[in-house]
Write a protein that binds this ligand. Structure first.
Ligand code: T3D
Length: 262
């Protein structure tokens, strides 16, 4: 596919999407949104069993490219609601619902929508030098891209409030200590770390992982009893998959399982 603002590589069951505007810290333009949207469509239709999202250069993503907006003091405002409805909201919804694990490899600063894009992914591995910044506070906006939903759930209300109202940078180490991300690793180990995890997921029972992701993500909207019923239905369906039968057979035969993702 023809991309300028991103890179997409699909092979060996792994889809790797790299935001690629390093001179602007991979901030989002309309073009980048369009390309990411097309790339995610292609990933959904491909044989990929895991998606890795990362950034080129020293940053992960600085959110909206503020130079892609004609905003002037005293001028007409921009319809940011439209921007969220048409671009940011579908993007984070898609990451939350795509039927495979999404790993975010945060290679550097993640600010504004870039921070919340990362936190919307299923597994976040951050380089030690990376930081997460709710920059919205500095320009009079709210933490979008799921920020007001994810932050209190990941960090608790007190920390969510602190991060969102002050816009202070949160180091990757502290994000890990607060339980907001899966792991913080030394910068030079980031690529090895996410590649190993992606390879593991590419050979995993994908339907089981996709159902796990879905149930965990949807759980807060249900009662415990309702969730038990959903677990029953999911397990019933998974019990009929190739990968469940293969997993049990492999265990009994004391050999590695060969999962096909179905
Ligand atoms: O508009 C809508 O559609 C609504 C949705 C909004 C979602 C949002 O994301 S709003 C929040 C937008 N993002 C920000 O406010 C972050 C702005 N950036 C920064 O605060 C800083 O750049 C960072 C803290 C992220 C990194 O700082 P630092 O010192 O490491 O780098 P830098 O020198 O500031 O940035 C490097 C270059 O990238 C620089 O360009 P230059 O001077 O080398 O030509 C800088 O202007 C550019 N850059 C960084 N972030 C953005 C950007 N250019 C455009 N838009 C950006 N967001």
């Amino acid at each position: 596919m023809d991309f300028e603002a991103i890179l997409l590589d699909i092979g060996g069951g792994v889809a790797r999407l790299t935001l690629n505007r390093p001179d602007r810290l991979n901030s989002f333009t309309m073009q980048m949104h369009d390309e990411v949207s097309r790339a995610l469509e292609a990933v959904s239709k491909s044989d990929a069993r895991v998606l890795v999202l990362t950034g080129a250069g020293r940053g992960f993503c600085a959110g909206q490219d503020l130079s892609d907006r004609s905003v002037t003091p005293g001028g007409d405002g921009v319809d940011l609601g439209e921007s969220l409805e048409k671009r940011y909201n579908p993007l984070v919804s898609r990451l939350a619902t795509i039927e495979m694990p999404v790993i975010c490899a945060v290679n550097g600063v993640a600010a504004g929508a870039g921070a919340n894009l990362a936190l919307a992914c299923d597994i976040v591995i951050a380089a030690r030098s990376a930081k997460f910044i709710q920059s919205f506070a500095n320009i009079g906006l709210i933490p979008d891209s799921g920020g007001t939903w994810n932050l209190p759930r990941l960090a608790g209300q007190a920390r969510a409030m602190g991060l969102a109202l002050t816009g202070e940078p949160l180091s990757a180490e502290r994000a890990e200590a607060w339980g907001m991300i899966w792991k913080c690793v030394d910068d030079e180990k980031l690529a090895d770390e996410f590649s190993a995890l992606a390879a593991k997921f590419a050979a995993a029972p994908t339907k089981g992982l996709a159902a796990t992701k879905k149930l965990i993500r949807e759980s807060s909207a249900r009662t415990f009893e309702a969730q038990l019923e959903i677990e029953r239905d999911a397990q019933r369906a998974l019990g009929r998959t190739h990968d469940y039968k293969e997993g049990v057979a492999a265990f009994m035969e004391k050999r590695p399982a060969k999962f096909l993702g179905n």
